[in-house]
Design a binder for this molecule. Structure first.
Ligand code: AR6
Length: 175
């Protein structure tokens, strides 16, 4: 399992559902009622109580975030955010940055110290991973510089190719 540290940011290759952090972020859809990819994995690992809580949330708009308990996950909370479907519009980047910002704000509002993100929108939603990686890292970096009490943010990725993109970008842009 590959792993690298860049100040308060960490890069990991693996399954986000197994992480013992305070919160993992879910790349959900607007219904918040589950789906495939990382969303499916999180719901399978957390159990049906997660779906029951999600049903009470009335969905979520693209770029926004909502928090639930983690139930059977090792993580105490799940922060559900909805990434943009990539359509080459100018607002795609703003919406993806908003996912990271709003998830981090929610974590900070709950006094959380560690949060793990998957590569939001980089699967079914078709965001080019290289562009998405730059937005993810830049947004988290600015948030951490503003110091909201967060101690560590992890990027958890599956594919070798995406790991390499994050590693290169973090090496060049985070000291
Ligand atoms: N741990 C870490 N990363 C994962 C995991 C995992 N267990 N599983 C997949 N990935 P996607 P999206 C990676 O498609 O593009 C769902 O159906 C995956 O390789 O999960 O935001 C939702 O309900 C990819 O790099 O999310 C929505 O309808 C990244 O996570 C839609 O998919 C995101 O891929 C959201 O699409």
């Amino acid at each position: 399992m590959k792993h690298a540290t860049f100040g308060r940011m960490e890069l990991l290759q693996g399954d986000i559902t197994g992480l013992q952090v305070e919160a993992i972020v879910n790349a959900a859809n607007c219904s918040l009622l589950g789906g495939g990819g990382v969303d499916g994995a999180i719901h399978r690992a957390a159990g049906l109580q997660l779906l029951a809580e999600c049903k009470t949330l009335n969905g979520c708009e693209t770029g926004q975030a909502k928090i639930t308990a983690g139930y059977r996950l090792p993580a105490r909370y799940v922060i559900h955010t909805v990434g943009p479907v990539y359509r080459q519009r100018p607002q795609d980047a703003q919406l993806l940055a908003a996912c990271y910002q709003n998830s981090l704000k929610l974590a900070a509002a709950h006094g959380l110290k560690t949060v793990a993100f998957p590569a939001i929108s980089c699967g079914v939603y078709g965001y080019p991973p290289k562009k998405a990686c730059a937005i993810a890292v830049d947004t988290v970096k600015v948030f951490l510089q503003q110091d909201h009490g967060l101690e560590k943010v992890l990027f958890v990725v599956y594919a070798d190719e995406i790991y390499r993109l994050y590693h290169d970008y973090l090496t060049t842009n985070v000291h």
